[in-house]
Design a protein around this ligand. Structure first.
Ligand SMILES: [Zn+2]
Length: 194
């Protein structure tokens, strides 16, 4: 086994200040330190070219310190990690599909809430129109709540939702304000209506 040193830097991260990385022809332990570390974007199953050879990352949080990346020579045939680009692509496709559906729901919500906001002039409404407007407002409030819950969950592994969440919050505020107005208008002028 070789150890990293001033004379013999780690082939993965270039560590030369101490002996925290070690390797031979079969395996490499590259230590994740503050000044030297293997490429952190690398995921298990992905490969790296070191000294003209392809090595696959097989483990993280390993070695004596529990803070090393472990690499083994990449073997085309027996290495099941070959499939990871596939899986990655599949997950990405799923993520994009979810995103597409969420944005569709978002656009529907914008339409419903816009219609509710436009129906906000209660003074000129007939009772029938008022009833409709109240229904619309309630639907918008519900949809806004639901959409926000779903998007908050999605946002955990997809940052694209942040901007939409902001817009939803804004619209929810307007709708809740409108609902308050509608409720007090009905109460003052009509008593409770169904
Ligand atoms: Zn190293």
């Amino acid at each position: 086994m070789q150890y990293s040193s001033k004379r013999n830097p780690c082939p993965v991260c270039g560590r030369n200040k101490d002996s925290d990385c070690r390797w031979n022809d079969e395996v490499m332990f590259c230590h994740c330190g503050s000044s030297f570390a293997p490429p952190q974007h690398l995921k298990v199953g992905e490969t790296l070219i070191v000294n003209g050879m392809e090595w696959a990352l097989v483990k993280t949080d390993a070695g004596h310190s529990g803070r090393a990346f472990v690499f083994k020579p990449h073997r085309q045939l027996e290495n099941t990690f070959n499939y990871s680009p596939h899986i990655y692509k599949e997950q990405k496709t799923k993520k994009d599909e979810l995103f597409r559906i969420a944005i569709q729901a978002f656009e529907d919500f914008l339409k419903v809430s816009k219609a509710a906001l436009d129906a906000g002039n209660f003074q000129e409404c007939t009772l029938e129109e008022l009833r409709k407007a109240k229904k619309l407002i309630e639907r918008a409030v519900e949809e806004g709540k639901e959409l926000k819950t779903v998007m908050l969950q999605m946002q955990r592994n997809d940052r694209r939702y942040s901007d939409y969440l902001e817009l939803i919050d804004q619209r929810n505020k307007e709708i809740n304000y409108l609902k308050k107005n509608a409720d007090s208008f009905c109460w003052e002028h009509l008593g409770e209506i169904e």
